[in-house]
Design a protein around this ligand. Structure first.
Ligand code: SF4
Ligand code: F3S
Length: 134
């Protein structure tokens, strides 16, 4: 029936199709949060099948347009910095937009590299948003 989104998807209503696609892209992304700052262990990079991590001076982010929601990176992070977008804690919500914004500026990282020498010290620090370097 006209006006029903399912009808319009089935009948090729392009506006609804592109709207549904946008929703899927947003829902499927994984997000790197505050715990990564100054830790940057990069264990996550090695397992990503689509190379969607981007590297900044002291943190990585995920390009939400490239992430295929495979979940492989989540258990690899020693500081549990990575969440499905729907599961990002309230206090970390700003990192959803930051991942998108910074992924557009930063370069891909496709291989693990040594963590900063003081990464284990910073892993114990919870509040470090203000130390993010862009
Ligand atoms: Fe890469 Fe999969 Fe993690 Fe997305 S969920 S960043 S595709 S490893
Ligand atoms: Fe950061 Fe964890 Fe990857 S610390 S670099 S998200 S393994």
């Amino acid at each position: 029936m006209q006006g029903d989104p399912y009808y319009e998807v089935a009948s090729g209503g392009s506006q609804v199709l592109s709207c549904e696609r946008d929703k899927l892209l947003i829902l499927m992304a994984y997000v790197v949060t505050e715990s990564c700052i100054k830790c940057k262990y990069t264990d996550c990079v090695d397992v990503c099948p689509v190379d969607c991590f981007r590297e900044g001076p002291n943190m990585l982010v995920i390009d939400p347009d490239e992430c295929i929601d495979c979940t492989l990176c989540v258990p690899e992070c020693p500081v549990e910095a990575i969440f499905a977008e729907d599961d990002v804690p309230d206090a970390q919500h700003e990192f959803i937009a930051k991942n998108r914004e910074l992924a557009a500026q930063w370069k891909p990282i496709i291989e693990r590299k040594p963590a900063p020498s003081d990464a284990d010290e910073w892993a114990k620090v919870k509040a470090k948003k203000q130390l993010l370097e862009t």
